[in-house]
Design a protein around this ligand. Structure first.
Ligand code: PGA
Length: 258
């Protein structure tokens, strides 16, 4: 049975008190669920300022970890507005996202910048969730796999084989993010399978690098996507903002993990 990953990306949503309420409810529902908590890894990615509140509000025996949505590739210095990977780690985060499509497309992050952030996150001892995926234009012109290759090759190049154990991949087609249109499971599988193979070629087979799918994942489609061979879980945006919809996905995953 495969290990399942359920990650919630809150983006620029949730004030600290809202994050606290969410985590208290989540904690109450998940407390004591030892078996599935071993099988399903849950991580929340709040905005920076809500991270301390989230960490404080999760009961100790609830195995939900916390990650940051971004981190910079320099250690310290005159980089107004930025947060270093060491800071992300020091505040108690276990994970960080790198290369989310909103960072790439709204904030102009190139493959080179994403590669530097990924390397710095791993150096800091964080688990790094490397996001990649094509735009609608790229898909319609048949470039889906070429884009995936380019984004992944650039991010992997320069990383030693042993760094693979810190990486989680998240295939997020840009046209599916926040649109309500998820990729068909078999289309998502094609790209996730391709990514899994590229990761294996670069980092080897042990440990296997998980590949998540993201883009309009919700309770009603989460299991169909997860049933694909190379999809190990989901990076969820919109449906992670309400505790009921997030728990709905968790409960669905739970049915196959127990
Ligand atoms: P969505 O976002 O679930 O709202 O489509 C996913 C993401 O951007 O990580």
């Amino acid at each position: 049975m495969k290990k399942i990953y359920l990650y919630g990306n809150w983006k620029m949503n949730m004030l600290p008190f809202e994050g606290e309420e969410f985590c208290r409810t989540l904690g109450n529902k998940m407390q004591g669920d030892i078996y599935s908590s071993e099988m399903i890894q849950v991580c929340l990615f709040p905005p920076f300022l809500s991270i301390p509140e989230v960490l404080k509000s999760l009961p100790e025996d609830v195995p939900v970890t916390c990650g940051a949505q971004d981190g910079y590739f320099e250690d310290r210095g005159a980089f107004t507005g930025e947060v270093s990977m060491d800071m992300v780690k020091a505040v108690g985060c276990s994970h960080v996202l790198a290369g989310h499509s909103e960072r790439r497309h709204i904030f102009g992050e190139s493959n080179e910048i994403v590669a530097k952030k990924l390397a710095k996150a791993l150096e800091a001892g964080l688990k790094a969730v490397l996001c990649f995926g094509e735009t609608l234009d790229e898909r319609e012109s048949g470039k889906t796999l070429a884009v995936a290759r380019e984004q992944l090759e650039s991010a992997f190049s320069g990383l030693e084989k042993d760094k693979g154990c810190g990486i989680i991949l998240a295939y997020e087609p840009v046209w599916a993010i926040g649109t309500g249109k998820n990729a068909r499971p078999e289309d998502a599988q094609e790209v996730c399978g391709f990514a899994a193979k590229m990761a294996e070629e670069h980092f080897g087979t042990h440990p296997k690098i998980p590949v998540l799918y993201g883009g309009s994942v919700k309770e009603s489609n989460a299991l169909d996507l997860l049933s694909q061979h190379d999809i190990d879980g989901a990076l969820v945006g919109g449906a992670s903002l309400k505790v009921d919809s997030f728990l709905g996905i968790y409960e669905n995953y739970r049915t196959i993990s127990v």
